[in-house]
Design a protein around this ligand. Structure first.
Ligand code: RIB
Ligand code: CA
Length: 325
């Protein structure tokens, strides 16, 4: 866990409605991030990446979520594999479909494109103050930065789910960073304004039985699907962790959205964070520089350290209720 006291929450401005391009690998918690972004941001695009499941599945699932929300947002698929490493999917957590546990309708609307990196570059170039919010491996974001380096200075920032002071795929590697460390290194080393929702904060935000039942009580097709997904996700988490370690699935991804729409819901610190790409035991580790030396490197990242979980849940429930027909 991050050992230091978080900086005092700034007297932050009221919640904003930032312009967001969500890059995701749905994925149970990605699905909730899509709902959260659709409600609380100006969502200008969804791009998909291989991660929790193969690209064909994460793309299918993003289209299903777009239909369930009834939103008019372009979906572009992207990288089917990491920049260098062999693909590894988290089907042990999300199931072979990437969204096991719910009765999902087939998508009814077509994919808008298959070159996410080019779509990301074009969107940032044509739109002011776009936040990139990746909630899967950072492959598409890194590719976009490579084909269009000018977007690094144009983009408002990158608010990502990933990393932390401990791992989940390995003792040091959180899945999104571990799956494509080279892509993560490109992004963390780019100079872009980073916000990191790592495991230190996402493990404070759990799909407890009480919260799942409040989602289900919202009624409607979307609420039923999300409640069923969270039941599945939480059962997997409880099965994989010691008794009592986690009282529900850690709902990681929507925190990367709420970090920019409702920053006062979080505690955070500014730190230099780098990504290990050469280690064996430390593959994909986010190395957070906690030294209090005057000579320490300048921070490149707002590292989220705490969350008001009840407020975050109410914001997500509001999003679900908003789209419930
Ligand atoms: O480690 C958690 C992250 O990996 C989440 O984004 C989850 O959806 C998976 O992609
Ligand atoms: Ca994800």
């Amino acid at each position: 866990m991050l050992a230091v006291m978080p900086d005092a929450p700034s007297s932050s401005p009221p919640p904003s409605r930032p312009t967001v391009l969500l890059d995701c690998d749905p994925g149970h918690d990605d699905a909730i991030a899509i709902v959260t972004a659709a409600r609380h941001t100006d969502l200008v695009g969804i791009t998909t990446v291989a991660g929790n499941a193969p690209l064909e599945r994460t793309t299918h699932n993003a289209l299903v979520m777009r239909d369930l929300l009834g939103i008019d947002v372009p979906v572009h698929s992207g990288a089917a594999r990491p920049l260098v490493r062999d693909p590894v999917f988290a089907v042990d957590v999300h199931g072979s479909s990437g969204l096991d546990g719910a009765d999902l309708p087939a998508p009814t609307t077509p994919l808008d494109g298959t070159d996410a990196a080019r779509f990301i570059a074009a969107t940032v170039r044509s739109t002011e103050d776009v936040w990139l919010v990746p909630t899967g491996p950072l492959t598409n974001i890194a590719l976009a930065m490579r084909i269009a380096p000018d977007i690094i200075d144009r983009v408002r920032g990158v608010s990502l789910m990933g990393g932390g002071s401990f791992g989940n795929r390995t003792a040091t590697g959180e899945f999104n960073i571990w799956a494509d460390p080279e892509a993560a290194h490109v992004v963390f080393d780019s100079g872009v304004d980073l916000t990191m929702a790592g495991l230190d904060v996402t493990h404070q935000f759990l799909a407890t039985a009480e919260r799942v039942e409040r989602v289900r009580a919202a009624a409607g097709a979307l609420a039923t699907v999300l409640a069923d997904l969270m039941v599945f996700f939480s059962a997997i988490y409880r099965e994989r962790h010691d008794d009592g370690a986690l009282l529900g699935g850690a709902v990681h991804d929507p925190l990367a959205v709420l970090a920019i729409t409702h920053p006062d819901v979080f505690g955070s610190v500014r730190r230099r964070v780098d990504v290990e790409t050469h280690g064996v035991l430390t593959r994909g580790m986010t190395v957070i520089d906690e030294r209090l030396l005057r000579s320490r490197p300048a921070p490149n990242c707002t590292v989220l350290t705490s969350v008001d979980a009840d407020t975050a849940f109410e914001l997500i429930l509001d999003a679900i209720t908003h789209f419930t027909t």
